[in-house]
Ligand binder design. Structure first.
Ligand code: IPM
Ligand code: MG
Length: 363
């Protein structure tokens, strides 16, 4: 097998963490006997600087014609003042929409070596292993009408619209139920059905898909988003798979990330179209850019998700995850997960340690 992978490092720490991610990918290819062909593209702020737009048609075409897309991070203070329509983040939203990636999988699994790196108590976070399934191409991120208009009295009016249709809810619900079947068989659907009609529909459709889709082996619960935000830090072990709207998923997945010690640990997969896109959940972190301080583990685990979900290279994916765990168990830590008596390392060294472990474990 030869996989054509488009690499979009993006802005800020994106290129640094991506360098470590792609090196792990190439190593895995060599060790597990598959081929990878990497093609790099410019997106986000870097693309604004070069082409005056965050995503060019040629990069989009490159992504559409590939077997998988690896993305770093986008954005930074330099481009914050720009109009919404040409901000770096637009590239991300356009890629998601153009590639039809309606389901975003964000696994939140605590490596036990990091149980005391979290700001929450060890006994609360230990054993956390949940999956956020976030709807990614609908809801308030894309709903019409949207925009800011001037009113006759000189003030302004800003509008965004939360919209969901039956098919949009059905397809993401199915992804959640299927994922739960391969895990602990429990889905929590998160909404605000007591206030928002669009999510009242969400609850109704998820309930129907559960009943009619042949998912009786899976337990379904519904939870209001405010309660969910509280339950996540009160007792995260109650969750297996969580399925929710685009915006609620954005917020809850950042919150859930902190259970693992750092958002620098969290990978994600965006699926639903012909081509999957894989990105670390963290942002471009301009404050630590270019200082070899970033945590590359989210990107390395993102590579592992790509091998698993797009290429079915399960053995290679598992080795990568085990190598990350082994390096953490040996006490190596980047700045974001630094603890007393641990061994501080930079981005490059962390990447090298993981590759060394993969090599040693495979041999
Ligand atoms: C994420 C990010 C993006 C989002 C931003 C950068 C547009 O926060 O992937 O969670 O809101 O989806
Ligand atoms: Mg986010």
């Amino acid at each position: 097998m030869n996989y054509k992978i488009v690499v979009l490092p993006g802005d800020g720490i994106g290129p640094e963490v991506m360098r470590e991610g792609t090196q792990v990918l190439m190593q895995a290819a060599k060790l597990y006997g598959f081929g990878v062909e990497l093609e790099e593209g410019i997106v986000g702020g870097a693309s604004i600087d070069a082409h005056r737009k965050p995503l060019t048609d040629s990069v989009l075409k490159l992504a559409k014609d590939s077997d998988g897309v690896l993305l770093g991070a986008m954005g930074g203070p330099k481009w914050d003042g720009l109009d919404y329509s040409i901000r770096p983040e637009r590239a991300l939203l356009a890629l998601r929409q153009e590639l039809g990636l309606f389901a975003n999988l964000r696994p939140v699994k605590l490596f036990s070596a990091l149980a005391s790196a979290s700001t929450l108590k060890r006994e609360v976070v230990e054993g956390t292993d949940l999956l956020v399934v976030r709807e990614l191409t609908g809801g308030i991120y894309f709903g019409q009408p949207k925009g800011v208009t001037k009113l006759p009295d000189g003030t302004e009016r800003g509008v965004n619209t939360e919209v969901y249709t039956t098919p949009e809810i059905e397809r993401v619900a199915r992804v959640a139920f299927e994922a739960a079947r391969k895990r602990r068989g429990k889905v929590t659907s998160v909404d605000k059905a007591n206030v928002l009609e669009a999510t009242e529909l969400w609850r109704k459709v998820v309930t129907r898909v559960h009943k009619e889709g042949g998912y009786e082996g899976v337990q379904l619960d519904h939870m209001l988003v405010d309660n969910c935000a509280m339950q996540l830090i009160r007792d995260p072990k109650q969750f297996d798979v969580m399925v929710t709207t685009n915006m609620f998923g954005d917020i809850l997945s950042d919150e859930a990330a902190m259970l693992t010690g750092s958002i620098g640990m969290l990978p994600s997969a965006s699926l639903g179209g012909k081509v999957g896109m894989y990105e670390p959940v963290h942002g471009s972190a301009p404050d630590i850019t270019g200082q070899d301080k970033a945590n590359p583990l989210a990107t390395i685990l993102t590579v592992s998700m790509m091998l698993r979900h797009s290429f079915n290279q399960i053995a290679a994916a598992e080795w990568i995850e085990r190598a990350v765990e082994a390096v953490l168990n040996s006490g190596y830590r980047t700045l974001d997960i630094q603890e007393k008596d641990c061994l501080p390392v930079g981005c490059k060294e962390m990447g090298r340690l993981v590759r060394e472990k993969i090599e040693a474990m495979k041999g």
